[in-house]
Design a protein around this ligand. Structure first.
Ligand code: ZN
Ligand code: ZN
Length: 284
């Protein structure tokens, strides 16, 4: 894609992170958007909340990303800031698998807009309360250790003290002894470290959210030409092939502008009707 179709070409943005996210965000946005993303340090982003529950996050995932982007812009004196924020839950399909939602946000004060990239995928987020060294070694394959690092704490998941970033068996043994000594009954709680640089599964999800953002950054609003024109909703109602009643299957995508509020409905191509098995009338 030539530069005149890239609204962010030649511009500079900041990325505040202390968890290695620059290794995926910077090359992706340079490659796709010719945007130079500067890695900013000098602020402890853990002050805004951690996954290890020692510092709870205030506000939503979006609020946290926006705050990080603003701090990065201030520290580096840039008008464009990028920040990433993750969240963990159970998967939206069965509710049984650990799931990871990643948000990569671009805050652009030159155009007065925000563009958000999203991705949701499986998480490597195992945890276990254990009472012996043998139990901990049995847990290691479930935790994908050592490619994915661990956090350990005395007693249970609520103990305030913890050791993070455990990536070798020697570190694990040392941390296990430390936690056992501090615990009431010899129990310890061990779990995956969810910080990006200690959890390659999460880092891969951050890359996918960055790719989602990158696509939105080159998509311009047909009315005001702002970047960030993207699908925000789907419209349901694809008719049943048997009875013709509307089903819950999508019939069109709604595209929205992040700046002027323009909306466009685009019918999903190559589909005429829904299978009667998806129809509430034919197959209640
Ligand atoms: Zn029907
Ligand atoms: Zn617009």
């Amino acid at each position: 894609m030539s530069n005149y179709l890239k609204p962010y070409a030649g511009l500079k943005a900041s990325l505040l992170t202390q968890h290695g996210k620059e290794s995926v965000v910077c090359p992706e946005l340079l490659h796709t958007n010719s945007l130079e993303v500067i890695h900013v340090t000098g602020y402890d982003t853990d002050r805004l909340g951690t996954f290890a529950r020692d510092i709870p996050r205030q506000g939503s995932q979006l609020d946290a990303a926006r705050k990080k982007a603003r701090v990065g812009m201030e520290l580096s004196d840039t008008k464009i800031g990028i920040a990433s924020e993750g969240a963990f839950a159970n998967d939206p399909y069965t509710g049984l698998l650990p799931w990871n939602y990643e948000l990569v946000l671009l805050v652009d004060d030159t155009r007065n807009l925000e563009i958000a990239g999203f991705y949701g995928g499986e998480a490597q987020s195992a945890s276990k309360q254990i009472s012996s060294w043998d139990e901990i070694t049995a847990f290691l394959s479930e935790a994908q250790f050592p490619s994915h690092q661990l956090v350990i704490r005395p007693d249970d998941e609520y103990h305030l003290e913890c050791r993070k970033g455990i990536g070798t068996i020697e570190m694990l043994r040392e941390a296990y002894d430390w936690a056992t000594n501090l615990s009431k009954k010899g129990d310890v709680f061990v779990e995956n470290d969810l910080r990006a640089h200690t959890n390659p599964t999460r880092m891969a999800n951050i890359l996918k959210a960055t790719q989602n953002l990158a696509k939105k950054m080159v998509c311009l609003c047909p009315e005001c030409a702002s970047p960030g024109f993207a699908i925000t909703e789907t419209k349901k109602g694809l008719p049943c092939s048997h009875c013709g009643m509307p089903t819950n299957l999508p019939v069109a995508n709604i595209w929205s502008c992040v700046r002027c509020g323009c909306k466009k409905e685009v019918v999903i191509a190559n589909q005429i009707s829904a299978d009667p098995s998806r129809c509430n009338c034919c197959n209640p």
